[in-house]
Design a protein around this ligand. Structure first.
Ligand SMILES: [Zn+2]
Length: 135
C-alpha cells in the first residue's frame, strides 16, 4: 500500500515505544513485570493484575495468521488495491493479536495458519509493523 494513504498513529507516552520499535528492526510489546502477561494496545496499567510495572520487551517478530480479509475497495485515489488486512497471533507474546497488513505476496497466497514475520514500513517517526510470509 502507498504509505501516503495511511492514517498514522498519534504518538504518546504509552505507545511511542511500539510505533518506533522498528527503528532497530525489532518488534516489542509491553509485558507486565508482576504477572508476565502481555498488554496490547499499550497501557500504563496491567489489565489483569493492575500492576503499573510494565515494560516493553522484544519478541521474535514472527507469528501466525489468525484470520484475514482482502480489501478491494479503493478508499483513497492513491490507494493500491487489493491488499490483505490480517490478524496475526504474535510469537512470544501469548494473547497478543495484531491487526496489520500482509505484504510482499499476491493476496491469493495468504491463508489462515500461515507463518509470517514482521517487516517495518517507515513513515516519519513511525515504523508500521507489517508482515510477510515465511516460506
Ligand atoms: Zn499483570
Amino acid at each position: 500500500m502507498n504509505p501516503s494513504t495511511r492514517l498514522l498513529p498519534q504518538l504518546d507516552r504509552d505507545n511511542r515505544f511500539f510505533w518506533t520499535s522498528g527503528a532497530d528492526g525489532r518488534l516489542r510489546f509491553l509485558q507486565c513485570q508482576s504477572c508476565a502477561g502481555f498488554i496490547h494496545p499499550p497501557s500504563p496499567l496491567c489489565p489483569q493484575c493492575k500492576s503499573t510495572s510494565v515494560e516493553p520487551v522484544v519478541v521474535p517478530g514472527t507469528g501466525v495468521i489468525d484470520t484475514y480479509t482482502v480489501n478491494h475497495q479503493k478508499w483513497h485515489p492513491a490507494m493500491e488495491v487489493p491488499f490483505v488486512i490480517a490478524r496475526v497471533a504474535i510469537d512470544g507474546a501469548p494473547g497478543v493479536i495484531l491487526t496489520t497488513n500482509i505484504v510482499g505476496c499476491v493476496t491469493d497466497a495468504v491463508d489462515i495458519g500461515d507463518r509470517v514475520k514482521v517487516v517495518f514500513e517507515q513513515a516519519g517517526d513511525v515504523y508500521l509493523p507489517l508482515f510477510e510470509k515465511l516460506d
